[in-house]
Design a protein around this ligand. Structure first.
Ligand code: SF4
Length: 322
């Protein structure tokens, strides 16, 4: 029988993650204690006139909005207008993330499929959104969804070290900042965080769990979360990690003050575009074809996107649907 108090034996992939994410006390950066106030002041100074010109209010910005506004404006506009419909691939991410959330506080050594079944049962109890979708599935569709989510969870358990309670693991942690007299909300949800700050010494690691190939957008997503975390706590996270399940490799980035300021500038640029693209006086969005054309709601009618997609499909990366 397995002894629950015995330290787990790590395979080389798990050991690498442990080594890559850990840091001794003296290796952790300390930030100045007025950083949060200064970031908020400079952000609101730049954002107030933009937000004042927006119609309708209030505005909301997520990491997805930022990514679309900086990649293809027309994709952003199409996304705003499209009605979201649950499918097995889109539900897979929600089920898998719920399973990881359960794993954080689960005692013992759970089997991936048990976590997935429990996650689906809990999501199905919701009378809105994904709950209604899960209730509508046939037995075969349920099995397909469970199988796909199981692949994600099993790979996570196999390649990521077991979550030690002393690491303060938190799954699906929401971060949010209200700016400009509550007329602008910045929000997100971090897949997994480990560690915590000690005074103004950074200690938290923010982790996004990814399927598909690495993309520069993934790093930008986490920088946005680092900014929100700093606006919330006053001390930034220590490390940003995109963890690619298929390769079992973390891609890390240390958080610096420069990184936070450049993320703040990127946010201001995006809000400027957003304000121009919505409301009665909205300008026409520009199109910038790219890998995002594959899952763009406007792809069927966008000439630039159709031309791009006509290229050899093998050249395009997989959609990251988790
Ligand atoms: S199909 Fe491509 S180019 Fe056209 S709007 Fe969508 S993402 Fe932009």
């Amino acid at each position: 029988m397995t002894d629950l108090h015995e330290p787990p034996k790590l395979n080389p992939a798990q050991q690498q993650v442990t080594d890559d994410l850990g840091a001794k006390r003296h290796e952790r950066p300390t930030f100045r204690d007025d950083l949060r106030d200064e970031l908020r002041f400079e952000l609101e100074d730049a954002l107030d006139p933009l937000v004042a010109a927006a119609d309708p209010l209030p505005l909301s910005v997520t990491k997805r909005d930022l990514a679309l506004l900086h990649s293809c404006e027309a994709h952003y506009v199409a996304d705003r207008q499209a009605e979201f419909a649950w499918t097995v691939p889109t539900a897979r991410g929600s089920v898998a993330h719920k399973a990881i959330e359960l794993l954080v506080a689960w005692k013992g050594h759970p089997v991936p499929l048990d976590l997935v079944d429990e996650a689906m049962a809990r999501l199905e109890a919701d009378e809105r959104g994904i709950g209604v979708f899960l209730q509508s599935l046939s037995e075969a569709e349920r099995a397909e969804l469970a199988g796909r989510a199981n692949d994600f969870v099993a790979t996570f358990l196999e390649t990521f070290p077991p979550l030690n309670r002393r690491w303060v693991p938190v799954a699906e942690s929401r971060v949010r900042a209200e700016l400009c007299d509550d007329n602008l909300t910045l929000q997100g949800r971090v897949d997994l965080s480990l560690g915590k700050a000690d005074g103004t010494t950074a200690g938290k690691v923010l982790i996004d769990l990814k399927t598909g190939r690495p993309s520069p957008i993934h790093a930008e997503d986490l920088r946005f979360y680092a900014l929100l975390e700093t606006l919330k706590l006053g001390v930034p996270p220590r490390l940003l990690v995109n963890y690619y399940l298929e390769s079992g490799l973390p891609r890390r980035e240390s958080v610096t003050e420069d990184l936070l300021w450049s993320t703040a500038r990127r946010l201001v640029d995006a809000v400027g575009k957003l304000v121009e693209l919505i409301g009665p006086g909205a300008r026409s969005p520009t199109t910038t074809p790219g890998p995002g054309c594959r899952w763009c709601p406007a792809a069927a009618t966008c000439a630039d996107g159709r031309r791009f997609l006509a290229r050899d499909e093998d050249e395009l990366p997989e959609a990251d649907d988790i």
